[in-house]
Design a protein around this ligand. Structure first.
Ligand SMILES: Nc1nc2c(c(=O)[nH]1)N(C=O)[C@@H](CNc1ccc(C(=O)N[C@@H](CCC(=O)O)C(=O)O)cc1)CN2
Ligand SMILES: Nc1ncnc2c1ncn2[C@@H]1O[C@H](COP(=O)(O)OP(=O)(O)OP(=O)(O)O)[C@@H](O)[C@H]1O
Length: 205
């Protein structure tokens, strides 16, 4: 019953923030996305990273394209997720060319083409993870679309790699920062939230 209440509360927050985020105009989103990208690119954790797990934004999410392009230009190893419908988990693939390596997948999100991109199973190699999200708390609590994809991925990484963990960073518009997001046992917190206005260091996970 407690579980149910948490899910209902999460869903209400999701719906509200998704609608509010759509209200930001396209131009405003582009300017803010650029500011977020620049701030993330200047984080030490990003600069030091050899292997980066990013994602391709969709809808009114902060646009990750600039950062993904920059990482490829800087010769970082760039991985992108693909929703595995059978396992309901994220499979990771290395991309090298955004024009040729991607096609619209689940929910129309650009995803790596399996025939062009090598699948990467070695979660140990990850230095930096850029996480999507609908809403965030300043303490690092993250609310996604409800698939639990990232929490499951992070749980897999935690098992593989107990002593060391990749940096967990989220880019988001400042309107996505809210108080009172309910947390569950399986939820991982992000370490940094980067908005158009600030870089927020959050509690360690
Ligand atoms: N850009 C981006 N890529 C991502 C994520 C993300 O949040 N953002 N994900 C983060 O985990 C995964 C995809 N997760 C998603 C889960 C639900 C919906 C969504 O729109 N669901 C609709 C129902 C759609 C349907 O079932 O047909 C909904 O909830 O209304 C989108 C993405 C992997 N890739
Ligand atoms: N490690 C895990 N193993 C199994 N199920 C999990 C795990 N982590 C989360 N889940 C389940 O996934 C479902 C959705 O979780 P949650 O609402 O936290 O998703 P989200 O963080 O919003 O989505 P996403 O991670 O895809 O952005 C929940 O029912 C949760 O119990």
């Amino acid at each position: 019953m407690l579980q149910m209440t948490t899910q209902v509360r999460k869903q209400a927050i999701r719906q509200r923030i998704i609608i509010d985020r759509e209200r930001l105009g396209a131009d405003e989103r582009a300017i803010k996305s650029h500011q977020i990208s620049k701030r993330i690119a200047s984080l030490e954790a990003y600069r030091k990273a050899g292997t980066v797990l990013a994602y391709m934004s969709f809808g009114a999410e902060y646009s990750t394209r600039e950062l993904v392009r920059q990482a490829l230009r800087e010769d970082k190893r760039v991985l992108l997720p693909r929703v595995n419908v059978a396992t309901k988990e994220l499979d990771l693939y290395q991309v090298s060319n955004l024009q040729h390596d991607l096609a619209p997948g689940q929910w129309n999100i650009p995803e790596p083409l399996v025939e062009r991109c090598p699948r990467i199973d070695l979660l140990r190699d990850l230095d930096f993870i850029l996480l999507p999200g609908v809403a965030f708390g300043r303490d690092g609590v993250r609310l996604g679309y409800g698939g639990g994809f990232y929490d499951k991925l992070l749980a897999r990484i935690a098992v593989t790699w107990q002593d060391h963990f990749p940096a967990l960073v989220a880019g988001a518009f400042s309107m996505q920062l809210i108080e009172g997001i309910p947390q569950e046992q399986t939820d991982y917190k992000v370490e940094w939230i980067v908005t158009e206005n600030e870089v927020i260091p959050c509690a360690a996970h």
